[in-house]
Design a protein around this ligand. Structure first.
Ligand code: ZN
Ligand code: ZN
Length: 147
């Protein structure tokens, strides 16, 4: 089983992922832009039971961004850590920028490109989707309307 480590900027929050990080995508929605202070958020899906906090979990603040969807961040340094869902059948969305371990793969698609920052240009050849495609990455074919 794969194992990864990650931490927030101030180092108080340390976490482990015991399992796969999959379905990695770059999300260009304005919500991700604001919460990460960046052009887009890169997130990977991890199973609910795969993410464990080694330290600092008491500093993790959960913000209910949409009903049943909680974005979490370090209350000391502001690092975005992960998105949790009340519906535990949904995987956790891990903010890959907080990973300390090497990862031998990267984003596979760009999503919510219809909401992309005007000042950012996507320069790679990954498939682009105007929103989040149904079933995210399985059999995802890019729509042509924005390409
Ligand atoms: Zn921190
Ligand atoms: Zn987003």
């Amino acid at each position: 089983m794969s194992k990864y480590n990650g931490s927030c900027l101030c180092g108080a929050i340390l976490y482990e992922v015991n399992g796969e990080i999959r379905d990695i995508l770059n999300c260009h929605c304005s919500d991700c832009r604001k919460s990460h202070g960046a052009a887009f958020r890169t997130r990977g899906a991890v199973d609910v039971n795969a993410l464990t906090f080694v330290s600092g979990e008491e500093l993790l603040t959960r913000y209910e961004h949409k009903a049943g969807e909680y974005r979490s961040f370090c209350s000391r340094c502001g690092s975005a850590i992960a998105t949790f869902f009340l519906d535990l059948s949904k995987p956790i969305g891990l903010a890959l920028g907080t990973l300390d371990s090497a990862l031998d793969k990267g984003a596979e698609i760009h999503v919510f490109v219809s909401d992309k920052a005007s000042w950012h240009t996507i320069t790679d050849d990954l498939p682009q989707f105007p929103e989040l495609p149904e079933g995210a990455l399985q059999n995802a074919e890019p729509t042509t309307e924005l390409l």
